[in-house]
Design a protein around this ligand. Structure first.
Ligand code: ADP
Ligand code: MG
Length: 339
């Protein structure tokens, strides 16, 4: 029998990778926001149409890209963020896989306008289904303006699988908020079908949380601070009387990245022992800073899970620092008279 194995063409490989990275319009928002943050943007505008199904546009004032880099950015495994395998253990950027733009461009119509500080004119690039359709010089401010149109136009099964506009918009707002909570030093806006949903000025962590969740939030927040060799913790827990019936307001950020951790969530819940009514969940916004060498982010393409070297120590420190904060701010146990 003759040999039958072949390397897949790039556009097919990109489409397969896209399946992992891009589940829905909200995944596009997350990837593009992270790119703008990695580009040192101070102002990021998000514009969506039809829950992101027809348009996701992100405009930033970051470092922009040169003509050649603009083209390179759509190649798979093309990144400016790491060079060596060792760099994976000292990550300071959100991205490093060099997969997002290649994946997105495989399953959407993409238009990129970008300019660096040093260039006189910018470059405008159109990519459809992994193919560069055109690249021209254009007038555009310093930074990057990227439009992702008609997501999944070439994968009808995925497009049909998308949920209602309400549900997809909810996912987008969730991703947008997670990023905004972690970066109060950047101003963000989100506009859907012409109406502005969020306009968040540069501020501090506490005010950013309040700006997103509403004015009454401020009085609910108890600050948490801890500085140890293993971890630096800052942020807030909600006072027990404001605990929720659902898990809505629970946020961990590790080195400015939103993550999910059932184990650390358990530490928070344990620190509230005796303070909460049955079946209620504490709110928390906890920012953990750890040595990048002590974590592994490269577990899943969406990077919402992290492996910590010393999980047990982290658990203990988190629990005791929250207990301390709750005690210091005179949060009394709930006396349950109904029992
Ligand atoms: P990664 O973020 O993992 O490097 P991406 O596919 O998301 O991979 O982006 C590829 C490259 O394109 C980045 O490494 C960066 O150099 C460049 N890039 C992407 N978005 C922007 C942006 N908004 N501003 C400046 N450069 C960008
Ligand atoms: Mg990226």
């Amino acid at each position: 029998m003759s040999d039958i194995i072949q390397l897949l063409p790039d556009h097919v490989a990109n489409q397969i990778a896209a399946g992992e990275v891009v589940q829905r319009p909200a995944s596009v928002i997350k990837e593009l926001l992270e790119n703008s943050i990695d580009a040192n943007a101070t102002r990021i505008q998000v514009v969506i149409k039809d829950a992101g199904k027809t348009l996701v546009q992100i405009i930033d004032d970051g470092i922009g890209m040169s003509l050649t880099d603009a083209r390179m950015s759509f190649e798979r495994h093309a990144t400016s963020k790491i060079k060596l395998a060792d760099d994976l253990f000292s990550l300071k950027t959100k991205g490093f896989r060099g997969e997002a733009l290649a994946s997105i461009a495989a399953i959407a119509h993409v238009e990129l306008r970008t300019k660096t500080e040093n260039d006189e004119v910018g470059t405008c690039l159109k990519v459809e289904g992994s193919q560069v359709v055109s690249q021209d010089a254009c007038v555009t401010p310093k930074g990057t303006n990227i439009c992702v149109k008609n997501l999944f136009y070439n994968i009808p099964a995925r497009r049909n699988f998308l949920k209602s506009d309400n549900v997809e918009t909810r996912h987008i707002i969730d991703e947008f908020q997670r990023v905004a909570f972690a970066h109060p030093n950047i101003s963000f806006s989100l506009t859907h079908n012409g109406s502005e949903l969020f306009q968040l000025p540069i501020t501090n962590f506490r005010q950013r949380i309040t700006n997103i969740l509403g004015g009454k939030t401020n009085e609910k927040l108890v600050p948490v601070e801890e500085d140890t060799e293993i971890v630096k913790i800052s942020g807030f827990v909600g006072k027990p009387e404001f605990a929720k019936k659902s898990r809505g307001e629970q946020f961990f950020f590790v080195n400015d990245r939103f993550i999910k951790s059932a184990y650390l969530n358990h530490a928070v819940t344990a620190s509230f022992e005796g303070l909460l009514k049955d079946k209620s969940y504490p709110s928390y916004f906890l920012y953990l800073e750890v040595d990048p060498k002590s974590i592994d982010i490269n577990i899943h393409p969406t990077k919402t899970e992290i492996k910590f070297d010393d999980e047990h120590a982290l658990y203990a420190i988190l629990k005791s620092s929250i207990k301390h904060s709750l005690g210091q701010f005179n949060v009394a146990p709930i006396l349950d008279f109904e029992r």
